[in-house]
Structures are given as structure tokens and as C-alpha cells.
Design a protein around this ligand. Structure first.
Ligand SMILES: [Zn+2]
Length: 344
């Protein structure tokens, strides 16, 4: 599905993209928690109301653009790069090494062994995605990186602009979250196994100009060191992403992939499996926009400087064992090691 069709489908479900952000600007003033609950609560009321910070319009705009770009990667390996990739990966279930590498190099293609959503879930995919989209537009893209599942339900339940989640949508979210990702070709372990994983504002720091947050400590100091050593042209393109943000990205990718979960998971870790939940982050070159999520980034002086620093690791190399495409922009921070696979 192309981008235009994707946006048309969202609009058809009542989602508007541009104007809703203004709602967030209006509502999310510090010390001004959302209004009392209306309608029937299916989860305990949230008291006090979830903490949100005021959205910065310019940053929000950048985040909207970036999100679209995350979902529209144009990366393809060159023949030369393919020939250079020689590695032994043991015990990949039901796949030979060649087939495996073929898949992660052609991550946005359909393969005959790919696993798709069943018919029931195909139907609930778009309404669920559209509702999460409305939550994101309502709270702002920056806040949406942080909020937990119960906070998401809180906003949906209390604001008619979003609307309460249907039982089928909640069941679908839980099914996706609890599914064995290995069954459709993602081989990384669960990193943040609680759907309602909480991120406290006091534990994270917003990175000026990016609209993204990093976890204080190793993640933040690692980024600051890289920025200092690489230069002012380097920027943060994605920081911490909690499970709901990752769910939204993954479902959007699944929707673009016509329900192909395997294909979606070749571009994005399924929710609960992303190292963005525990400190990893993405970097890019200021002004490069969508190209930061393509091979073009690896051609920049910034990337060349990055890899020569000696202390920077790329999480998803071109021969990674997670089942994911090559991501030269994704910096490994967390020592939450993938215990059971060979790292290459
Ligand atoms: Zn990343």
C-alpha cells in the first residue's frame, strides 16, 4: 500500500492529521489535567491525570514528518554491500542463511513463508490504528513516545475526539503484544514485557529541537558524547519509545504491508521488543529528513565520523540475527543483551 492510500484510509475512518495537533496545543497546559471521565470506565480511573508536557509546534511538525519517514524507508543494499556480507548464523528456524539474508535485505517485499493477520484481525487493524493515531494527535507526538497503556485508555475514554477503545480493539492490541514474534520471523527477545510499561518524566530528558526524549544516565550521556564528537550536524531522530508508541508504529507498518506481520517486523521491532524502550536511539544528519532512515545516512560525513569513534555500536547490522533490516542510524545503548543469538 502506498503512502497516499494509507493516508486516504485513515481519513476515511475520521482521522484528520493536521488540525488535531492544535487540539493538543490547546488542551495540554501544565497544571491543567484533562477533564473528569465521561462514559463508562472499563479500567480504573486514572488519578491524578497522566502527566503531559506542552507540545512545541515546530517539534511536533518535525515528529509528524519523521514518523511518516520511519514508515517509508527506502533502504536497499547495493550489490557490493551484498557481496561483502558473509556471515555464519546458526540455527535459524526453518530457514537457510541465504533465505534469511535475502529477507532482511529485501525487507519490504512479500515472501511466500510470511505470516499475515487473520481475517478478523485484518478488520480490526484499521480502527485500532486510527484510534491510536487520534491518541497521538491528541496528546502530541512527543508525549506519545512516553505514555503507557492505561494512560492511553484514559485519554480515549475521556475525550470524544478519541473515543473509547472497542473490546475487539483491546483484544487485538493484547493479542499483538502477547504473540510469539518468532512465529512470524522476528527473533529478538521481549525487552519491555509489560504492556503498561511506565516511563516517568523525571527519568527522561527532552532533547531540545528534536521533540524526543532520552533516558537519563547511559543513554543520555552516550548521545551527548556522540553529538560532541561528531558535531552540530548530528541530531536525534528517535529516542525512547514506550510500548504504545511502538504498537502504533508496528500496526501502521502492518497496515501498509496489507497485514503482513513478517514484513512489518523486518522494518520495526514488534511492540515490547524494541530497544528504544530501554535506551537505544536513532541519529541522523540535520536537514536530511527522510534520507536519515535510508542508506544515504551511511554516506554522510557524520556517519563516517560516527563509526570511527570506536565506542559506538550499531544495533541492527547488515547481518543481524534479529530478522530486521540494516539500520546504520540505530545506536545500541542498552546492555540488555540478546542472550540467545550470535552477534555478528
Ligand atoms: Zn531505531
Amino acid at each position: 500500500m502506498n503512502k497516499r492510500k494509507f493516508l486516504q484510509a485513515l481519513v476515511a475512518t475520521g482521522v484528520t492529521s493536521g488540525g488535531v495537533i492544535l487540539v493538543a496545543q490547546r488542551l495540554l497546559r501544565p497544571g491543567s489535567p484533562p477533564a473528569p471521565a465521561i462514559g463508562t470506565a472499563t479500567v480504573p480511573a486514572f488519578d491524578p491525570a497522566p502527566e503531559l508536557v506542552v507540545s512545541n509546534p515546530q517539534e511536533e511538525f518535525e515528529l509528524v514528518m519523521l514518523q511518516e519517514n520511519e514508515l517509508h524507508p527506502g533502504f536497499k543494499h547495493s550489490e557490493r554491500e551484498k557481496q561483502q556480507s558473509e556471515v555464519v548464523i546458526e540455527q535459524l528456524p526453518n530457514e537457510t542463511l541465504d533465505e534469511y539474508l535475502e529477507k532482511i535485505r529485501n525487507f519490504d517485499a512479500d515472501f511466500k513463508t510470511d505470516i499475515f493477520l487473520n481475517e478478523t484481525n485484518q478488520k480490526v487493524l484499521l480502527p485500532t490504528l486510527a484510534r491510536l493515531d487520534r491518541v497521538q494527535n491528541f496528546v502530541g507526538h512527543a508525549n506519545f513516545n512516553l505514555i503507557g497503556f492505561e494512560e492511553t485508555l484514559y485519554f480515549a475514554r475521556n475525550y470524544t475526539e478519541i473515543g473509547k477503545f472497542e473490546a475487539a480493539e483491546l483484544a487485538f492490541i493484547e493479542e499483538i503484544f502477547n504473540a510469539d514474534a518468532k512465529s512470524y520471523g522476528f527473533f529478538g527477545e521481549k525487552i519491555t514485557p509489560e504492556l503498561n510499561n511506565r516511563v516517568n518524566q523525571k527519568d527522561v530528558q527532552k532533547i531540545a529541537g528534536s521533540g524526543h526524549y532520552l533516558i537519563k544516565g547511559e543513554s543520555l550521556t552516550h548521545y551527548q558524547q556522540i553529538k560532541k564528537d561528531v558535531g552540530d550536524e548530528l541530531t536525534l531522530t528517535s529516542g525512547i519509545r514506550n510500548n504504545i508508541k511502538q504498537m502504533h508504529l508496528f500496526l501502521a507498518k502492518a497496515f501498509q504491508s496489507d497485514g503482513n506481520l513478517s514484513r512489518a517486523s523486518r522494518s520495526l521491532a514488534p511492540p515490547g521488543h524494541s530497544f528504544h524502550g530501554v535506551g537505544d536511539f536513532d541519529v541522523g544528519k540535520i536537514g536530511m529528513g527522510e534520507s536519515n532512515f535510508t542508506a544515504d545516512f551511511s554516506q554522510t560525513p557524520e556517519y563516517q565520523r560516527l563509526i570511527r569513534l570506536g565506542y559506538v555500536d550499531i544495533r541492527y547490522t547488515d547481518t543481524n540475527t534479529f530478522g530486521v533490516r540494516y539500520e546504520p542510524w540505530h545506536i545500541k545503548v542498552s546492555e540488555h543483551e540478546d542472550c540467545c543469538h550470535n552477534h555478528v
